[in-house]
Design a protein around this ligand. Structure first.
Ligand SMILES: [Fe+2]
Length: 275
């Protein structure tokens, strides 16, 4: 990977994200996503047994299956699975009960592999930044990495064409590496005015500083990436799936209190909130 500190910094200044070459093939990412969609076809009561949190009942620390519905007051209609290194330990009971179930085993095996490889890619980016901002590598990779790194598989339910699948936001936590998605539609920038659709130049991941990153590295130059997802076409993946995406998230302190308003209100240059 040929990423330099100056290259990362200039990409963040210009577009607020960085394209990072991925050693994981598109086929394997697609396969992992398909195993996730297969997992989601399990009966709801089975999926619900895979709900677990690193810190009991703290939704910010989900380490398994999550379902969110607009009808229940959530901002997006989606199901996701947060795969953390600690997930298999926390989920040992449902894993034992579902031994031999291919939908469960295929998904966990591929999640584990992609998680490991994607973590290495993110670690290279963070190591490069650590040369100029010492400490960030240790904050993510040395202390509780099994809890702080999270590979999220997300499935969005269909909405109308041109509608938002994910309303604009900053990711909470420290940073994110978007690995793959089923279709274009991810837009990123510094704020609402500068949102631009991301067009990958090859098999690359998208590194995005998140809500606490500037604070984590003590540099205002790494502003959090404001981003959303728009459903562009009526050509849905299927009747129940508008889109899937795979993202690796890193946090430094999940207990830090960033509210829904904090992460869903764009900041202006001077640090003020836009209305
Ligand atoms: Fe996001």
């Amino acid at each position: 990977m040929n990423l330099t500190y100056q290259g990362i910094l200039s990409d963040v200044r210009r577009q607020n994200y960085v394209e990072v070459p991925l050693p994981i093939t598109k086929e394997r990412l697609d396969e992992a996503a398909q195993y996730f969609l297969d997992f989601l076809t399990l009966p709801q009561q089975v999926k619900d047994t895979f709900r677990v949190f690193v810190n009991k009942d703290d939704p910010r620390t989900a380490a398994g299956y999550v379902s969110k519905k607009r009808a229940e007051g959530e901002s997006d209609d989606k199901e996701y699975f947060n795969y953390r290194k600690i997930s298999e330990l926390l989920l040992q009971n449902p894993l034992r009960k579902n031994r031999g179930n291919q939908k469960v085993e295929n998904f966990f095996n591929s999640a584990k592999n992609i998680f490991g490889e994607a973590s290495e890619v993110l670690e290279q980016v963070i190591s490069t930044l650590d040369q100029y901002h010492p400490g960030i590598h240790a904050k993510i990779f040395s202390q509780n990495a099994e809890k702080l790194l999270c590979l999220r598989f997300v499935k969005y339910n269909p909405v109308g064409k041109g509608e938002f699948l994910a309303k604009a936001h900053y990711d909470s936590g420290s940073c994110a590496l978007a690995l793959a998605e089923s279709a274009p539609g991810l837009r990123a920038g510094k704020n609402g005015q500068s949102l631009k659709e991301i067009v990958r130049s090859g098999n690359t991941g998208i590194f995005m500083p998140a809500f606490t990153f500037a604070e984590d590295i003590c540099s205002e130059e790494f502003t959090a990436t404001w981003h959303d997802v728009v459903q562009k076409s009526e050509d849905l993946l299927s009747e129940t799936v508008a889109r899937w995406a795979l993202i690796l998230f890193a946090d430094t302190n999940p207990e830090r209190n960033s509210s829904y308003d904090d992460t869903h209100t764009a900041k202006t240059e001077g640090g003020q909130h836009e209305s």
